[in-house]
Design a binder for this molecule. Sequence first.
Ligand SMILES: *[C@@H]1O[C@H](CO)[C@@H](O)[C@H](O)[C@H]1NC(C)=O
Ligand SMILES: *[C@@H]1O[C@H](CO)[C@@H](O)[C@H](O)[C@H]1NC(C)=O
Ligand SMILES: *[C@@H]1O[C@H](CO)[C@@H](O)[C@H](O)[C@H]1NC(C)=O
Ligand SMILES: *[C@@H]1O[C@H](CO)[C@@H](O)[C@H](O)[C@H]1NC(C)=O
Length: 957
Amino acid sequence: MSSRFRVLNAYGPTILSLLLLLLYQPTEAHVIDRAVSSAPVRERISINADWRFWRSETNPDGLIYDQRSEGSVQVLKPWILPSANDFIANEANQNVRPAGNPGGNVSFVQMSFDDSEWEAVKLPHDWAIKGPFYTGDSPVVGGGMGRLPSHGVGWYRRKLSKNKTDEGRTIYLDIDGAMSYAMVWLNGNLVGGWPYPYNSFRLDITPYLNVGDDNQLAIRLDNPNDSARWYPGGGLYRNIWITKVDSTHVAQYGTFIMTRDVSSSSATVDLSVRVENKGATSRQIEVATDVHVFDPVRGVARAKVAEFERSSVTLAAGEKQVLDGSVTVANPRLWGPAPVQKPYLYVAITRLYTHNQTIDSYQTRFGIRSLTYDANQGLLVNGELIHIQGVNNHHDLGALGAAFNVRAAERQLEIMQEMGVNAIRMSHNPPAPELLDLTDRMGIMVLDEVFDTWQHNKTANDFHLIFDDWHEPDLRAFIRRDRNHASIVSWSYGNEVGEQYDGKAGAAVSQMLLDILHEEDPTRPASISMNYAGPDLPFSAVPDIINLNYRGNGIRDTPAYSNQVGIRTEPQYPAYHAAFPEKLIFSSETASTLSTRGTFIFPVVNATSAPVNETSGSSEADMQVSAYELYSANFGSSPDKVFGTQDASPFVAGEFVWTGFDYIGEPTPYYTARSSYSGIVDLAGLKKDRFFLYQARWRPNLRTAHIVPHWTWPEREGLVTPVHVFSAADEAELFLNGESLGRKERGEAEYRFRWDEVVYVPGELRVVTYKDGEELANATARTAGDATALRITADRTQIQNDGYDLAYITVEVVDGDGNVVPRANNTIRFSVVDGDGEVAATDNGDPADFTVFHSTERKVFSGLALAIIRAVAGGSGTVTVEAASESLEGAIAEPVFQVSPKVPSTFRMLFYDASSNTTPGQLLWIDFLDVTSTMGFGGRKGYGSVWRFKLVGEGAR
Ligand SMILES: *[C@@H]1O[C@H](CO)[C@@H](O)[C@H](O)[C@H]1NC(C)=O
Ligand SMILES: *[C@@H]1O[C@H](CO)[C@@H](O)[C@H](O)[C@H]1NC(C)=O
Ligand SMILES: *[C@@H]1O[C@H](CO)[C@@H](O)[C@H](O)[C@H]1NC(C)=O
Ligand SMILES: *[C@@H]1O[C@H](CO)[C@@H](O)[C@H](O)[C@H]1NC(C)=O
């Protein structure tokens, strides 16, 4: 084979560059509205920049939230608990802050401390993701938690400023999530904190903030080892904001919007607004709320569609009041899951006035939709039955770790939607708030989950340690933050909790939590995911709906699992349906099918579902699992088995597959590895074969066929090498080098076509599939030759320069004909050779690759590797990314990428339709439009009127 190669144009887009368009300058302040006098009335200012960070594996300062095992430490819990008071309903149970200022003497909180030696970081920041991985038999942090250094105490410091014009205003610190046991000091004073790392929280810093630029903020995080069953990450891993408001303002999560009597002609919108006066004197205010169409692309309000009756209220100093109102919206545009329905959104703008002057303006995005939880049919959205085609996802974003990134999350959702996903379960904790903005906008239903444990532990240092003090505030804060999101269709207040085993006592804990939840949201049903409690146990009777993990599909109930130890059950859907005929059933976890992308292991089991073990479907030495997509965790099932059990019980609302994406940690069955095997796509976001099995079921109108395995097996000549095909067809014919290996009909409860006796010879496999006798799709797999080149593609060629936006670059090793070399493992060196970009991380989806994610060198795994490119904040122009490999002897890896700047060819936009009969001002939703740069806008007649323009291109899909 040629030992040197040059990346040429011959293989598609080998010339790759990213055009960074200055779509907008990053704005620090998000000014929501302005007062008459023109000063902004409510400001939300990002303080993600300019932090200093330092971490210690042992306790460096003698502080702790609560006694764990350490000896002489100062316990700060009594000073932290009052931060939860807004979320404790019974005032008698609220906490009074003791006197004193613990931690005030620790040097890290003091202005005088010199932190210039500390690491300069930008948030969101995950201190653990840079590694290195702990390898070997007794790692400090085990495989369950991803073998990364997430443990320890981390300190973050930053300056804050206060303007003279801010005097008299209330200033809050809003932390979207801090991993974990956050404690906050300002100018040496302990302000408060929040232990649970997945909830957002707010602290009032007004009393501690001085006018000037020299206020010292210091945040201490403590991340115990053995705190989770998965990779938690560590640090200030979500966004942090300063919110400045008038001392009389809409309170935190201060609105709750419910919609009812929803039809296409009308809907009632109920609103409650909580207003708060933190000033020293009584205030008389007026409260007014308008409802507008929300434009999710530009993030702005459009036409006004309704107005709540204005109310007047007098608030004494320190008083809070709740004001309720209702309004009717005519001809509402309903929110519904894509692609069947459209995710229209509205925004309620609540303004507070004194003497006709605006003193606050608060926006609440919401959707109008009806949800019906029908025990015999499933979930109906706006009266239409929508089968749940869902996945579970963890919070980490693969190679970027737990540090939240909007684009990384959006890409995950896009890949899931491509597969046919219409729902996500947030397993097992509250998500970043921006993720719910994405699901609202993209039309993805959400099962929003708060806890993985209650009083019983799953690991030594998980939530059970603080359950007694924090279950109420954490549950209320979670619901209040998220309850206006249109995409949330149900709440989960627990996952596989130990209380399932506790008979009536466990049921009582569940009821206590459910009662709290109903107080915070009477509109959506809630449940907990059960993997043990049978239909006859008191625990199962408590929740509003039934969420089953694995039990619906049967556990270890087929012959292939007969040698496995553990409970054995038939598929339990019928038993639950009989026991709770009025309750909807969600399959909140299914499958736990395990595989590594592109890895096939022989022989292949004859069953439709089988456990992974040493002799079947796996290679322990390589830490890999076969991608024939038949092998599961020993309590799990293949997708095929899950489909069969659901089809046999059509009353089930659908499933949430465990999992959509691979995630860091929990690497069942090989805890010697770093990341999971359960994803339908791998940790890098590259599709496993299973993707096409789900796509065939969930998007049956797509004309697709997918062949498993690849067809490059030089060592298997003459050996039986089964061929499986995933397609929505009802018949399929397979050809090997032109010769038919038989046309097969899909049988009852069969979800793939199998030719299990195929004997390998190199060449070409081709399948033609049919539906109702007509050709549906075809696919070809060819034996690849020697690796000669790299092919490089980007998910997007224009990104924003906000310092967060990303381009995902995939590199394939290909032969001279452009076929992917399926077992190539060359080492690739990624670099940005020109322009304002940087390699943020690399990956290949191999669960056993311990190369740190920020490495710019990455081995190809099963032919593919990934690089994540980030534009430098404020940068501009073109970024040139190079992928080079020297592993092919003497390669001249000289890919020079150049592209000329051009106007983006794809717009996403909303418009007012001038050509149809819609009422002027009514907004129509249009998906992606391909529009050339010659398109012209014209005749925009002003707000709410007809907006005409000429479209050139493909038009609306
Ligand atoms: C203080 O506020 C005024 C009025 O809003 C503004 O013009 C000025 O730039 C602010 N100064 C600082 C340092 O933020
Ligand atoms: C508020 O404005 C309305 C109309 O602009 C006016 O009639 C009213 O007198 C004003 N009230 C106060 C208190 O200024
Ligand atoms: C629960 O915590 C205890 C210590 O508090 C620990 O010994 C035990 O292993 C934990 N249980 C699990 C399942 O990790
Ligand atoms: C596999 O299962 C099928 C159907 O049950 C059966 O006809 C076939 O003989 C089995 N093959 C092997 C090798 O066991």
